[in-house]
Design a protein around this ligand. Structure first.
Ligand SMILES: O=C(O)CCC(=O)C(=O)O
Ligand SMILES: [Fe+2]
Length: 382
């Protein structure tokens, strides 16, 4: 399909992902073009721009078209001299082979992530991206109704697999140097489209109000819908590509199948909002700071306007609505997950105080499904 601003959208999967052709991301992008890219992002959730050959500055410039940027990460170091760029370097043990949504252990996880390939192996080293809204729609009705009511505890400090090297051990130490635990809805309402998606992944380690065994089993069941092959796009990298994905309604996974071959990506993320469940209740912090060194805090004054499934007035969900998306209505292509998706329901508030994370023998991270079934070979997922 060719858009009115003249670029081509070529779908790469039936349910998620598109390649964008005919845009040079190093140039000045007109607001109308950025607006169409944003619409494509909302619809396809992951966009692949081939052979862009951007440098760090170009990646930062492009990402900031979609909103204010975060710093590289709440705990691990950035690229030298580039506080907003996270190196994803296989040699440093950064191999994200756990299904996850980026940085969900803080209250305001990024809205979108950009990954830029600098060195890629000749085979393997792909990135898989899953559509968590399609996963939600796939749930049988009784499971969907259950998910609607659940909240999960997300943390960066869980029982990772034993590090394979000293570098990996050091990385993990940094990764958990500040501990975060945040409660997010299991079903998040997308602030721009109103679409509902399963908001879980590798950092979701327990369900509020349930014990370790029930948490593990339920998270595994929900996660199995996210990771169905139908819901996944696979990006095979060539150097110079740039991928932009909507972190509010996707998960991703980087298969660790390239041995000792070098692989380096740079990641830049766009700051997000506080997630809300289907009744508009926002996420909240159980432990840790507000991560304001990482992402600008979302003003509480905006939170009140975000009830239900509609975007906040004047903004697409970023604290600083970009020119491209300010005041936009949900795209015509969007269909609500179910007929009642705009209905406000009351959620029984569980008492969170006194709730403790399950211990490491009771639960450990999973590579296969992203949660709670076995230890991951990943050292720590950034
Ligand atoms: O290595 C990749 O392909 C993805 C890395 C990742 O999960 C991230 O940087 O957020
Ligand atoms: Fe990631």
């Amino acid at each position: 399909m060719t858009t009115s601003t003249g670029f081509d959208i070529r779908r790469i999967g039936g349910r998620i992902g598109a390649e964008i052709h005919g845009v040079d991301l190093s140039g000045d992008l007109e607001p109308a073009l950025v607006s169409e890219i944003n619409s494509a992002l909302l619809e396809h959730k992951a966009l692949v721009f081939r052979d862009q050959q951007l440098d760090d500055a170009g990646q930062l410039r492009f990402a900031s078209l979609f909103g204010e940027l975060t710093t590289a990460h709440p705990t691990v170091p950035s690229v030298d001299g580039q506080p907003q760029i996270l190196p994803v370097d296989g040699d440093e043990g950064i191999r994200s082979n756990v299904w996850h949504t980026d940085v969900t252990f803080v209250r305001t996880p990024p809205k979108a992530s950009t990954l830029r390939s600098i060195v890629v192996p000749p085979y393997g080293g792909n990135t898989l991206i899953a559509n968590s809204a399609a996963a939600y729609r796939d749930l049988p009705e009784p499971l969907r109704e259950l998910a609607d009511k659940l909240w999960a505890v997300h943390t960066n400090a869980y029982d990772y697999a034993a590090p394979k090297s000293e570098k990996a051990a050091e990385y993990r130490k940094r990764f958990v140097s500040r501990k975060y635990r945040t409660v997010h809805p299991v079903v998040r309402v997308h602030p721009e489209t109103g679409e509902r998606g399963l908001f879980i992944g590798g950092f979701a380690q327990s369900i509020v109000g349930l014990g370790p065994s029930d948490s593990r089993d339920l998270l595994r069941i929900f996660q199995s819908y996210v990771t169905r092959p139908e819901n996944i796009a696979r990006v095979a990298w060539t150097p110079g590509d740039l991928v932009l994905f909507d972190n509010r309604i996707t998960q991703h996974y980087a298969p660790d199948d390239y041995g000792d071959l070098p692989r380096l990506l740079h990641r830049v993320t766009v700051a997000g909002d506080v997630p809300t469940g289907i009744d508009g209740t926002p996420s909240h912090v159980l432990e840790g700071d507000d991560a304001s060194h990482y992402t600008p805090p979302w003003p509480e004054s905006r939170q009140g306007r975000r009830k239900g499934t509609r975007a906040p007035a004047g903004g697409p969900g970023s604290r600083q609505a970009s020119a491209s998306t300010r005041g936009r209505e949900p795209p015509a292509t969007f269909r609500p997950a179910s007929a009642d998706s705009s209905v406000s329901r009351s959620m029984p508030l569980v008492c969170f105080s006194g709730f403790s994370l399950m211990n490491s023998t009771a639960i450990s991270a999973s590579a296969a499904n992203g949660v709670a079934t076995r230890k991951s070979s990943a050292v720590a997922i950034p």
